[in-house]
Write a protein that binds this ligand. Sequence first.
Ligand code: 13P
Ligand code: SF4
Length: 336
Amino acid sequence: MYTKELSFAFDQLPKNGFLDVEVDPTLDLVAEINRLKKEKNAVLLAHYYQTNDIQDVADFLGDSLGLAQQAAATDADIILFAGVHFMAETAKILNPNKKVLLPDLKAGCSLADSAPADLFARFKAEHPDHLVISYINCTADIKALSDIICTSSNAVKIVESLPKDQPIIFAPDKNLGAWINKMTGRQMLLWNGSCMVHEIFSLEKITQLLVEHPDAEFIAHPECEAELLELASFIGSTTALLKYTQNSAAQKFIVGTETGIIHQMELASPQKTFIPAPPTNNCACNDCPHMKLNTLEKVYLALKYEQPEIIMEECLRLRSLAPIQRMLDLSAQFGL
Ligand code: 13P
Ligand code: SF4
């Protein structure tokens, strides 16, 4: 039997996006999360953009491809996804019989929001000879309208695996699409979407930082705008950026992506210096407001009460599964 407070929190869940229940401030959340994971055979998957405390308690930490691969391979009964909605949704698409939890249902993504399904369906219908490749940062409805899904880790290889004369629509990230066009010499038709975090970096301030730190390397995620990528010594997914900082001889990096990844960079290379690339305003805009909606408390509550859960219609799940599976199969072929 739930208390009155708990019943109210459950009733308010659709409005709040999370279980708004008071947590005993003396509780050791890390120990409780670890205990509940074991008791419930649950796995905690977390993206690099999560807060440090969530990263530290995760069973698997990764970029979008690594997390999708983990979700496809896990034999846990419950997947608790510390990331944003499209990531948990992808885990559900791959695991119809498992419970998939997201600490805060309102953890969305500006990039996914920039492709409404009705407009995209119309755009696709205007180009019937085009194959549709969609970045995994999109809703299940967009995935269902796509032929192949990709992430920033495998996008170039997936595009290169297609015949050179194959017309392609790439959605929803115009910056990633433009970078792939540059890398592959293709002319994919780009949907006009973007990530609010990766578009906020200031070219002027980064240029200034490079003058002040001539020994630093600027590294960037391909969701950044082209003029910024031109400045970068290395461009890659979050996992690729992390590996690069470990292998490069440089001792100082200006990091052009969400700040969460810096925690792993510092753990992997404690002797090196990492400077978050500055945004145009004096704000913390290079912290993704969606990713940062998740907190350790919400992770604990989600695991304890097994809510909020991702629920999906089976026909949509099946239509969105095929292009994800194609991505996973191709990635395995590429050895990714
Ligand atoms: P990756 O996880 O592919 O590096 O993408 C970063 C991102 O923006 C996820 O939302
Ligand atoms: Fe979406 Fe950008 Fe946040 Fe990633 S960092 S979840 S692409 S808004």
